[in-house]
Design a binder for this molecule. Structure first.
Ligand code: NAP
Length: 240
């Protein structure tokens, strides 16, 4: 539930899904939204929005942000990167390191820095992952690995924080219409609707939310026939 007592912190809030999280949190009446970006600049002009400078790969930056936003009750770990890199690509190692650095270690660093205040407020953490945490796409294998690692991490955070009254929600959307998916030709989710669907999931006690038809069909396929569902993505022309 979002209300005037909600003090949210959104990473990667300057564009894409993060900007829509900020807008939808305000529309739902959040009392304050810390909107974090690497530049510290946010386009939204609203008295309830506090711009914060944050690079989630930097210890000092994360510590500083957590001190500044010590009253946070809802942390949205949204910032992420996708280098769209296959493992034989020339820069595959650099790409994999960058994805792990942001998507895995960045999420871990943020969760550790904000855990004390979430425990104090019995707050909530949303980790924005991807349906690609559950399957492999060869064209972006290292991205899938980084999101899968972040999903495992999210599950352990969920268990570790539950006794302290902190809810942890893993959000696994399909393709969203943002800069990150600009080269994807298939159907894409609207970013505002994706943010809304994820925030709606706070109304029940789910630990995971799969957003959109693509994500929901994949997760159903994995449940009924994991090997066949994964094979369709690995060998789309049936040349296994
Ligand atoms: N788009 C999709 O199809 C899709 C699908 C499933 C899941 N997701 C996930 O949704 C989340 C939001 O992605 P998006 O689609 O909105 O992508 P986006 O438009 O590319 O935005 C990514 C955001 O993350 C920020 N960011 C990147 N590295 C950062 C760092 N080291 N520290 C702090 N912020 C950093 C970016 O900041 P700068 O502007 O400074 O680069 C930007 O604000 C990501 O976790 C992504 O993996 C996206």
């Amino acid at each position: 539930m979002i209300d005037r007592h909600t003090i949210a912190f959104v990473s990667g809030a300057n564009r894409g899904l993060g900007a829509q999280f900020v807008a939808r949190l305000l529309a739902r009446g959040a009392g304050k939204v810390y909107a974090a970006s690497r530049t510290g600049h946010i386009d939204i002009d609203d008295a309830h929005v506090i711009p914060v400078t944050l690079d989630i790969t930097d210890d000092g930056s994360v510590t500083h942000a957590a001190r500044l936003a010590a009253d946070t009750t809802l942390l949205v770990n949204n910032a992420g990167v996708n280098r769209q890199s296959a493992f034989l690509a020339p820069h595959a190692l650099d790409d994999a390191r960058a994805e792990m650095d942001v998507n895995y270690f960045g999420t871990l660093r943020m969760a550790r820095a904000f855990a004390p205040m979430l425990m104090e407020s019995h707050g909530t953490m949303i980790n924005v992952l991807s349906i690609l945490a559950r399957v492999s796409l060869p064209a972006m294998g290292s991205l899938c690995a980084s999101k899968a690692a972040a999903l495992r991490l999210t599950e352990s955070m969920c268990a570790a924080l539950a006794p302290h009254g902190v809810r942890v929600l893993a959000a696994l959307p399909g393709a969203i219409d943002t800069d990150m998916s600009r080269d994807f030709a298939g159907p894409k989710l609207d970013a505002a609707e994706t943010a809304d669907a994820i925030l709606d999931a706070l109304a029940d006690d789910a630990r995971e939310i799969y957003v959109g038809t693509m994500a929901q069909q994949l997760v159903q396929g994995l449940a009924s026939n994991r090997a066949a569902t994964q094979a369709q993505l690995l060998f789309p022309s049936g040349d296994a």
